[in-house]
Every structure is written in C-alpha cells, then in structure tokens.
Design a protein around this ligand. Structure first.
Ligand code: NAI
Length: 473
C-alpha cells in the first residue's frame, strides 16, 4: 500500500485543527496542510492567538507550524498536492426542509467533496472525519466518481474523531482507539492500511481498528448516543434524589463501582451541551425514522428530551427557592462555555438557562474565564428580533471576575465546572459579604462543598441533592 507523505485537511475547526496539528507533531515525515474557506480562522491559526482554546494545543501548533504543519486558504493547491485528504467540515442539524431539526445538513460535506473531485489530478484517499449519517461515504463516492478527472482514482475511508473538547490534545495523544472504516476490497483495505500507518507513528497498532465503512460511521453516532444517554440517565436519577433525600453523587459512586457500569461519565449536572451530543442523537433519531423504526427513534429522542427537562427543572428550583420570583433580582451566572477548559459555547446549558432567567425578568451578571464577549452576545441574541442587543444589554452584564458578578447578587448559579469556581479557589467568605441576603448558590455542576458554604451562611442548592435531607434523618 501507498505511503502517505502529504495530508490536506478541509476544515480548520475544533476537530480539523487539533487533529491534524497532532498528526503533524507526531509524524515529522508527513507534511500537513489545514485549509479553510474562512480566512479569519486561518489567519488566527497563523497568529499568536489561536482561534480555539484547548489545553496543550498552543504548544503543539507552535512547535510544528511552518515546519511540517501549514494553515492556508489555498484549498486547490492543498488538495492537488495531498495523497490523503481529511474532510473535517461542519455537519450541523438542518434548519429547514426535509428532516428539519433532526437530519444532518450534509451541504458542507458535499461541497467539500465536489471541490476535491473538481481539482484533484491524481489518486487520493478521501477520509470522512466529520460525523455523518450512516452511508454518507457512499454519496461521497458517487460524487467523486461522477465528477473526478480521468486518471484520478478515489478511495473513501471513514475515520470518525472521538476527541472530547477540553481534553482534545490528551485524547489525541493517547486515544482509546482509532477507528478506520473502508470498503472490503483490495483498494479499500490498502487505503485503510495507508492511514493506519500514519497513526502508527504514535498509536499502538492494536488500538488502530479497521472495519467496514457503515459500521465505522454508525459507531461514531452510537458512541455519542450512549455517552449522552448516560448523562440523561444519571440526570433522571438526580430528579428522584431531589425528591427523596438520596444524594446523586453517592448513588453515582455506588453504581459506578459495578464494573459493568464503571465510574466515568456519571456526573449529574444541569445538562449536557456541546455541538455534538444533541446533533448526533437527533441524527440517529432521523435515521431510525427513515428506516421505519419509530420505537427506536422515540427511545433516543427521550435522551434529548430529558436533557431539556433537566434545564427546566433546575430553573424551576431556582425560582421557587428565590421566593417564587426572579423579577429584578441579580443572578451571578458563573460559566458560559458548555464545559470547562474550552471556549466553545455551542448548545451550552448556560444559554438556555439565561434565556429562562430573562423571561422571568431577572438581571444577569455573567462571568466566564475563556469565552469571548462577542460570542456571548451572539449566543444570547434572539435571531430576528429587532434591536435585541439593546434590550439584552439592559438585562445582562458581562463581568471580568466571579467576584464582580456576585457583588450585589441574590444568587450564584454555577453553569460550567471551571476549576476556578471551586471553593478551594474562590474566596466564598468574601463573596458572601458582598451579596444580598439570604445569599443562594445553585450548584449546577456539583463542584462545591455544600457544608463548607452553608457554614459561611449560604443557602446551597445542588443538583441531585435535596434540602429535605434533615427531615429524613
Ligand atoms: P467547526 O464548525 O469548528 O469547523 C468546520 C470548519 O470547516 C469551519 O471552519 C468551516 O469554515 C470549514 N469548512 C466548511 N466547508 C468547507 C470547505 N468546503 N472547504 C474548507 N473548509 C470548509 O466544526 P467542528 O467542531 O470542527 O466539527 C467538524 C465535524 O467533526 C463535525 O461533523 C462534527 O460533528 C465532528 N466532530 C466534532 C467534535 C467536536 O468536539 N467538536 C468531536 C468529534 C467529531
């Protein structure tokens, strides 16, 4: 099989950027060019301020950029020169038309594929890196075969990405597994072997697994569906805990010791966010419906519904604790990113919660250590509402520290589990002194020591833990 010497990646986003930067870092003999249509994004990758934040990313990029890692908007040249092309473009949920709200919008994948067909002059291995519905590789193959130049042959692989934002570099350095799907033909297997060799620069061979294309595509959707399902399951249990006096952290610890269940990814919270879980489950729902499997579709749909219900329930708890009204009250919202150690806000629970708080006429003081101010206004503005930002700015203030957000507040709402919000890092006595009394804390991420804060004087409300506890003793 062919040795890969030049790689091109279409899409310099959260996946394409870190993934291909790590490939370059770990494979000094391979030249990697990451391209994007978005010039601002490419400029940022070439600057000191990378467009995305991930612990460890900057070191990786800066050590190989200009050596065997390049960022460019010259898509044509990068495609022409590459032996292997990753398609790592966005696949958002469709906003209109057939499958609206569920199906993946494959427009970006298709146009990237057509671009490859149009400019490629020699054989290419085309790799689906984006998360796509089952059998997308088939569509890509048809597009490439019917539009490609004579003499250029295309092999399609599926190589879904399992990195988690916030730990992307760690995940890429030591993946649980690398999955490569190919057609079960000599050409397909040879292409898979070429890609496997690239990963073999740093991933143990036995962790690079190969299988058929459709299994590989479905495995990515399945992994995200199962991960999200765990969160919705523990969140559903958290509701029972709050109503009974059980403590969800204790329940999670107890059940996690069962080796069949395991302890990871069992933390109750205000709900999952991020660009992938909801999108990929809805995609699976759509797939199930198209395959005439309504019960299967309904099962997975419920995972997303439970996530929405968790946010509503948390909001309801805040309202009832604050004497049934939020009108004019100041809520210090700590955290806006969908999880810690990322500046990504896509589908962040904080966006939904702030929307609910605004509907209750609360005043919001928001602080996040990483998210850009412009991103926050963008996420909170309601599309189509005239001059919404003026109205928004009357209700929402962005502050530059947790202390500033909490000053004069009636309640603190923890939305993101940033380490700096922990009671070992923030001076909660100082915060307490500046707040209206009774001073409430709503811990949506279970990161605080409830007893310690109650000693200071806070009224503390945690997901999955009731204040009925005393009456059960
Ligand atoms: P993103 O939106 O951050 O990046 C996609 C980039 O592709 C954008 O910068 C866009 O300008 C560019 N692009 C679109 N069409 C293009 C074209 N024809 N040529 C060149 N560039 C083009 O998206 P992200 O988060 O990187 O996700 C990409 C894919 O990876 C999605 O399918 C997603 O589901 C999947 N994925 C995402 C993970 C995550 O943690 N964000 C994890 C695993 C998979």
């Amino acid at each position: 099989h062919k040795q890969v010497k030049k790689i091109c990646c279409l899409g310099a986003g959260y996946v394409g950027g870190p993934t291909c930067a790590v490939i370059a870092y770990k494979s000094p003999n391979v030249i990697v060019t990451i391209v994007d249509l978005n010039k601002a994004r490419i400029d940022a990758w070439n600057s000191d301020e990378l467009p995305i934040y991930e612990p460890g990313l900057e070191e990786v990029v800066k050590s190989v950029r200009g050596k065997n890692l390049f960022f460019s908007t010259d898509v044509d040249t990068a495609i022409k020169e590459a032996d292997l092309i990753f398609v790592s473009v966005n696949t958002p949920t469709k906003k209109s038309g057939v499958g609206k709200g569920y199906a993946a919008d494959l427009g970006y994948v298709e146009s990237a594929t057509r671009h490859i067909a149009k400019v490629a002059e020699s054989d290419k291995i085309v790799v689906e890196k984006s998360t796509v519905p089952c059998r997308t590789a088939q569509s890509m193959r048809k597009i490439l075969e019917s539009n490609g130049k004579p003499g250029a042959r295309f092999d399609i692989l599926s190589n879904p990405e399992f990195l988690a934002e916030g730990t992307a570099i760690r995940d890429l350095f030591a993946p649980d597994r690398v999955l490569i799907g190919s057609l079960d033909t000599p050409n397909g297997r040879a292409a898979a072997a070429s890609l496997a060799d690239v990963y073999a620069n740093w991933v143990p061979r036995k962790q690079v697994i190969t299988m058929n294309l459709w299994s590989s595509e479905l495995s990515k959707l399945a992994a995200n569906a199962l991960l999200a399902q765990r969160i919705s399951s523990i969140n559903a249990l958290s509701a029972i805990c709050e109503a009974t006096g059980a403590d969800v952290d204790e329940v999670s610890y107890a059940v996690g010791l069962d080796s069949r269940i395991g302890p990871k990814f069992l933390k109750a919270s205000v709900g999952f966010g991020g660009s992938c879980f909801q999108k990929d489950i809805l995609n699976l729902v759509y797939l199930s419906e198209s395959l005439h499997l309504p019960d299967v579709a309904e099962y997975w749909r419920q995972v997303v519904e439970m996530n929405e219900s968790q946010k509503r329930r948390f909001t309801q708890r805040i309202i009832s604790s604050l004497f049934n009204t939020l009108t004019g009250k100041r809520l210090a919202v700590l955290g806006f990113a969908f999880k810690k150690d990322t500046g990504d806000t896509r589908e962040s629970a904080a966006i939904t919660l702030i929307k609910y708080f605004r509907q209750e006429q609360a005043k919001i003081a928001l602080y996040d250590p990483k998210v850009e101010e412009s991103q926050i206004w963008f996420d909170l503005a309601e599309p189509g509402v005239v001059d919404d930002v003026t109205a928004l700015k009357k209700q929402v203030q962005i502050t530059s520290s947790a202390y500033e957000a909490a000053a004069g507040a009636d309640a603190i709402v923890i939305c993101t589990e940033w380490d700096e919000f922990r009671d070992t890092q923030l001076d909660y006595e100082k915060i307490y002194a500046t707040m209206n009394k009774p001073a409430f804390i709503f811990d949506g991420r279970l990161i605080l020591n409830q007893k310690k804060l109650e000693k200071i004087g806070f009224k503390v409300e945690c997901i999955g833990r009731s204040r009925l506890e005393e009456s059960f003793e």
